[in-house]
Ligand binder design. Sequence first.
Ligand code: GUN
Length: 284
Amino acid sequence: MGAQIIDGKSIAAEIRSDLKVRIDRLKEKGITPGLTVVLVGDDPASQTYVRSKQRTSGEIGINSNVIELPEDTAQSELIDLIEQLNQDDTVHGILVQLPLPRHFDTDAVIQAVSPSKDVDGFHPINVGNLWAGLADSFAPCTPVGIMELLRRTGVDPAGMNAVVIGRSNIVGKPMAGLLLKANATVTICHSRTKDLEAHVKNADILIVAIGQPRFVKDSWVKPGAVIIDVGMNRVDGKLCGDVDESVKKVASHITPVPGGVGPMTIAQLLVNTVIAAERTNFVD
Ligand code: GUN
């Protein structure tokens, strides 16, 4: 028997249709949720992500604006722009697409975004709130989208061994924080972890976010484990995940690539933008 495929594409569509109701309610009050995405430079992958964010936002009635800046933009120009956006009442969410060109101090840029408009959940205040277990602050979109996939699939992490491979600020670390908040027993593995296979073997829920094509093999996986593949690798022109196809035979549930985690990240960004608009306008 093969694993149940977790259909992120259709779950994301459900989330967007639920959101539309909230957006219509805001519009009745004369408020249009506004998201501004700032893209610096011309990295093709970032351009693709940003276009996809803009298209999906527009489709459900979010006012989405992309500001494109040249590669050689100065740090101070970017910070000035963010400060203007912080003051602009029509902008509820601000997202600075990462990675930034090398001459930027990414931490300083992230810290310039007002925590109440930080729909990425990257500002240290929002990161701190997540780890302190406080509700009502923004958490990064990919891990929140994964928690939603688990919830809507009927997987309750409480008491489970959850293993996260990858320790980035965008996925691995916040993922671990959210799983811990949901009462899982959490292990974070990374490039320096010894005997990775032994950790993976112990996982009831395995989240893989390392950017290495087909890295996790079926022989490593505990039968019946829930597998979430965050990988987006291009091999011979085709997209593939960080988890080998063979794992489908062993897992109970698995996310496909594409069509698993990817669509959830954008859906969650839209959710965070609507939450930001609701909060600043005291709509509950
Ligand atoms: N680059 C890759 N993923 C993300 C994300 O979730 N947010 C931002 N701002 N940049 C990214």
